[in-house]
Design a protein around this ligand. Sequence first.
Ligand SMILES: [Zn+2]
Length: 248
Amino acid sequence: MPHAVSLLRAARLARSAKPFLARGGFKRERCAGCRLLPSHCMCAIRPSVATRAGVCLIMADIEPLKPTNTGWLVADVVADTFAFGWARTEVDPALLALLNDPQWQPYVVFPGQYAAPERVVQGVEQPAMHGDAAAKRPLFILFDATWAEARKMFRRSPYLDRLPVLSLRPEQITQYKLRNSGRDDHFCTSEVAAMCMNLAGEGAAGKTLEAYLPVFSHHYLRAKNQQPVDWAGAEHLRLREVVSSQDS
Ligand SMILES: [Zn+2]
């Protein structure tokens, strides 16, 4: 079954009057499972990890249509990924229902300096360690958007105001960068999701997301440059290593 981001993309495509052509994107046929050219399809290696934590992507209008959107990768790896389009004037009742579902403890993932101090938390409860089966599952709310859009979405979504704001600490960010030769201070959605998973004690999902993004980038760039996929390259080796270490 198509995942949440795939469904949102299909719905958004159906609503657009003219076919969306991403700048720098390719206009040829794409695989419905991974958005890549069939020659560069990576559906066969899509990893999936069982997690207790979930992800709720709130996506800027055009985001599901971008060929480089990485919320898609989060939905590939984390089965309990939900995705909603954002609009200033309305909110999807299904999103409100999700936020009110007692099995979840939602966290809005956003830099703490933009929120009232009493809302800010720097970690998530990990009741699994205490064997408390009745405890709530963490649900990470991520804005899948540009930074400017994300700030607007954070400010203008009153239904999120009652929720705690999870602010990633500099040392978590530094740790991530050390492992993944990070470039600058801007992280894409799948990188933020990886950090959240690590924080929630979901190391397998975190590592998988960390290894999956470079594989996607490789396939995407090779397709764009009309070069074949290097299935024995460092990106694929790393992902295979991570996936097989979870099997054993
Ligand atoms: Zn595919």
